[in-house]
Design a protein around this ligand. Structure first.
Ligand code: EPZ
Length: 420
């Protein structure tokens, strides 16, 4: 297994190009199942999860062609040959469940392995299933699989989510695009990735109102056509490198990043003493003075994202004063805390909240991570720490951060990957 070795203490200086958002690309690829015509996606990041989704689409019979020399353009198209999403692929990536809505809407049936729990929580898919049932699907769970079927087309329905779910909103939005009649999704997720999916669906001929709000009204159409769509820049990659610049006391230009997608992250970082300046097609992030402890609580967008919680906690580990960081989305997303404490951080977890008491400096150590964002938080800690840090289980990072060591090394970090 690969490892990343970092010698900390160097301020980052330079430019980092922000890639397309992984969490927009995955549902957009699933949307390729909604039409037999060609869907061309641009600004696709090169990540392990994208390869997994391509593998799943290929299993359904969809040809996935990398059209640009750098692999950033994907062309999807073809007839659906199989409506089964097998366990072997779904277990690698929970977002595989996003094929359920499109398959059911397009083919009237789907057999999708139930995703299991994962390191950050149990993560059930009941909202996805309940919504599809309201649209007329018959759903049965058997042998670890979701068996879904509908006679004729799915029917439009009024679906009120009891709480906000990104994946359920996406699955039902895609299903509703091809349903008979109007679907209204109330208390829908408003993440920029949902807006991106909706924009692409509209380009494919879908009729959607309320994009960007928590109430989406979809007037189903009988068929969707091909389209070209460029994926939004990754707001979590942006926030992660903003934390990297700030924690090292450096200055980094995040090329292509959009401040309006950062939501509460920009506000919280600025309050903590990080400067974020908008430039034409870039954000300049720097820190000239000390960091202050500022509380943060994770919430659905535009609140503070759970996917930035671990990285922000590292920043708070070296801030002056204390910060309370509260996780409200996933029940087990503090696994980075014991590792950060091994590096000299002073963090105490009390239920869903962590009190982070700032220390003057972290110290390097060998560490191990259990999920994507926890892994990158350890990389950030390594960049700021005195001495050497070795981050093990790098495969987590490769699921969601493209060329992380090259991007950081280009800004002066002493970082390298070792094949293990
Ligand atoms: C998406 O996961 C992201 N993944 C996650 O990114 C992100 O952390 C999460 O949204 C929250 O922002 C992708 O977009 C591919 P949810 P998703 O449904 O859709 C519960 C990363 O690091 N829930 O909004 O699975 C669920 O357990 C990751 O890139 C139900 O109870 O998240 C959680 O507590 C990891 N029943 C909460 O809702 C359901 O049917 C929010 O989950 C669905 C969800």
């Amino acid at each position: 297994m690969d490892r990343i070795r970092i010698r900390g203490g160097r301020p980052l200086e330079g430019d980092i190009v922000i890639g397309g958002a992984k969490n927009a690309a995955l549902p957009l690829m699933a949307a390729g199942l909604l039409t037999e015509e060609r869907l061309e996606l641009g600004n696709v990041p090169q990540l392990a999860d994208i390869h997994t989704m391509a593998e799943l689409l290929a299993q359904h019979g969809i040809a996935v062609e990398r059209a640009a020399p750098d692999g950033r353009v994907l062309r999807l198209g073809g007839a659906i040959g199989s409506t089964e999403a097998p366990y072997d692929i779904v277990r690698k990536m929970r977002a595989s469940v996003l094929v359920l809505g499109p398959l059911l809407a397009r083919c009237g049936e789907a057999r999708v392995s139930l995703p299991g729990g994962c390191a950050i929580g149990t993560r059930p898919v009941d909202l996805h299933l309940r919504g599809l049932e309201q649209m007329g699907a018959e759903i049965r769970l058997d042998g670890g699989y979701i068996h879904a079927a509908v006679r004729g087309r799915l029917r439009g329905a009024a679906i009120v989510f009891p709480f906000v779910s990104v994946g359920a909103t996406e699955n039902l939005l895609m299903a509703a695009a091809l349903a008979d009649g109007q679907t209204v999704l109330v208390n829908a997720a408003r993440e920029p990735e949902i807006g991106d999916l909706a924009a692409c669906l509209v380009a494919m001929g879908a009729r959607i109102e309320g994009i960007g709000t928590d109430r989406l009204a979809i007037e189903g159409v009988a068929r969707l056509h091909g389209a070209r769509h460029a994926i939004v820049p990754d707001r979590i990659e942006t926030g992660t490198y903003a934390c990297a610049a700030a924690i090292t006391g450096g200055q980094v230009r995040l090329m292509g990043a959009r401040v309006e997608h950062l939501g509460a992250v920009a506000r919280t970082l600025r309050e903590a003493g990080v400067e974020i300046e908008e430039q034409p097609d870039a954000l300049l992030v720097r820190r000239r003075n000390g960091l202050r402890g500022v509380d943060a609580m994770t919430e659905p967008y535009p609140g503070f994202p759970t996917d930035m919680q671990a990285q922000y906690m590292v920043l708070m580990s070296v801030a002056e004063g204390a910060a309370m960081v509260t996780e409200t989305i996933f029940e087990n997303r503090f696994m980075h805390v014991p590792e950060l404490n091994r590096m000299g951080a002073r963090i105490n977890v009390h239920g869903a909240s962590a009190i982070v008491r700032g220390v003057p400096a972290l110290s390097g150590a060998p560490v191990m991570a259990t999920d994507l964002r926890a892994s990158v938080s350890l990389v950030l800690a390594g960049l700021a720490a005195r001495g050497e840090t070795v981050v093990n289980r790098v495969y987590h990072l490769d699921r969601g951060y493209e060329a992380v060591e090259q991007k950081l090394a280009a800004c002066g970090a002493e970082i390298e990957r070792e094949a293990g």
